[in-house]
Design a protein around this ligand. Structure first.
Ligand code: ATP
Ligand code: MG
Ligand code: MG
Length: 394
């Protein structure tokens, strides 16, 4: 299919690289992974294809290690946006026999990895986003933002955020010092509080030529700032909503450069309006469902896009589906294993466990995707799994 070798800048213990690797093996695409340790989730599913294509042990933030990976591959891609962009640019500038492709582009990663820069980019291209302001890490600056944007105020870290771990909801002015210290020394910005009715997500795949194709819009349900459930397709009374969400997501992804899959998170307002919350330039949690529920998974289409192969259909192939994230409850995997065992007895359930070396409270350890012939059947199949979650009330 292709002789090109793909290099993945992996996150320590990342599940996205693991699923990308699994997809690559089906297409017989050769992959080299950069990740800390010898046996991370991605390396577990992909043995090195040859000694000269051995995986690299190191960090996505280490320029030397990125260089080592780049020397082995034809196309570089990421499973995390917090990579060292300067190194990517430097590597791309080095002339070699066959030029190195980097997807998505360093420009795209640079723009998206700083949430404030991302918002400025989206605003300047006419994407719908809620109000936001730059702030310094001083009480005075955050107070002035609160006066302009109102309370509650969403204070966010510009960089290195995930699973809500860079967010602080300031409900009262007196909380400002606590908010600043909780977010550490990271650069901050402020967002107006968005009283959304629902959260929506759309995966969009972008080709090397800049063509975009979206997946169905889905509803995402968060618990404690972490994605808990993803329902596909999106249901609701407004027959125009899914199409509008897809159009907003496609237009936003068109403004970036480079190929690959993007996850677009949106807020749906009571009046039917849509705002973009944020964009991820990589496979995304809200797209896990595509493995079982769509004609072509987000992982396979990411590979096809970055390799310049024809894209696969993004259409749903089932009537109804839901993805349940398996989030660690403690340092023990027991609770997760118990739910996974129940899922083995549920028709239409696919269990994914990520093989992370340590379980921790709040850490994504796996997920279950359910497919069904109707929404009613889906709810029936989902019920025993939700009831088995620790802390659920029978
Ligand atoms: P991830 O990358 O894992 O999706 P993150 O750390 O980048 O998460 P955000 O997506 O910015 O965090 O926010 C996490 C959640 O917090 C959102 O899904 C939403 O539920 C809520 N949220 C974020 N921004 C706002 C806002 N301005 N107003 C109200 N709620 C918000
Ligand atoms: Mg994010
Ligand atoms: Mg988010």
């Amino acid at each position: 299919m292709t002789e090109k070798v793909v290099g993945i800048l992996g996150r320590c213990g990342g599940q996205l690289g693991r699923m990308l690797g699994a997809s690559a093996s089906l297409l017989n695409v050769k992959v080299v992974i950069l990740d800390v340790g010898e046996t991370g989730p991605a390396k577990q599913v992909l043995a090195p294809v040859s000694p000269n294509l051995a995986h690299v042990d190191g960090s996505f933030a280490d320029p030397d290690k990125i260089r080592e990976l780049a020397d082995k591959v034809d196309v570089l891609t990421v499973e995390i946006e917090h990579v060292d962009v300067k190194s990517l640019e430097n590597i791309q500038a080095i002339s070699r026999q066959t030029p190195l492709a980097i997807h998505p582009s360093p420009f795209t990663i640079h723009t998206i990895q700083d949430k404030f820069r991302q918002k400025e980019h989206l605003a300047s291209h006419g994407s719908p986003i809620s109000e936001f302001l730059p702030v310094d890490s001083t009480e005075e600056s955050v107070r002035s933002a609160a006066v302009q944007l109102g309370l509650p105020l969403m204070l966010k870290s510009r960089t290195l955020a995930y699973d809500g771990r860079g967010n602080f909801v300031v409900r009262d002015i007196s909380q400002i010092p606590e908010a600043i210290s909780a977010l550490g020394n990271r650069p901050l910005y402020a967002e107006k509080w968005v009283p959304f009715a629902k959260e929506i997500a759309v995966m969009v795949v972008r080709t090397v030529d800049g063509e975009v194709q979206s997946y169905p819009a889905v509803e995402t349900v968060h618990k404690d700032n972490i994605c808990h459930l993803v329902f596909a397709p999106l249901r609701g009374r407004d027959p125009t909503l899914a199409q509008r969400a897809r159009a907003v997501a496609e237009a936003a992804v068109k403004t970036f450069t480079g190929a690959g899959i993007f996850g677009v998170e949106l807020f749906l307002m009571q009046d039917g309006g849509l705002y973009i919350n944020e964009i991820a330039p990589r496979p995304h949690n809200s797209g896990h469902y595509t493995i079982e529920a769509c004609e072509t998974s987000q992982y396979e289409n990411h590979l096809r896009a970055i390799l310049g192969l024809p894209l696969g259909s993004t259409a749903l192939k089932v009537s109804s589906s839901v993805m349940l994230n398996l989030i660690g409850y403690s340092s023990s995997l027991d609770e997760i294993t118990a739910i996974a065992n129940i899922a083995l007895g549920v028709p239409g359930a696919a269990v994914h466990l990520y093989g992370k070396s340590e379980c921790r409270k709040g850490r994504k350890m796996g997920h279950i995707t359910l497919v069904a012939e109707s929404d009613a059947q889906l709810r029936t199949r989902l019920r025993p799994l939700l009831e088995a979650l620790p802390g659920s009330t029978p």
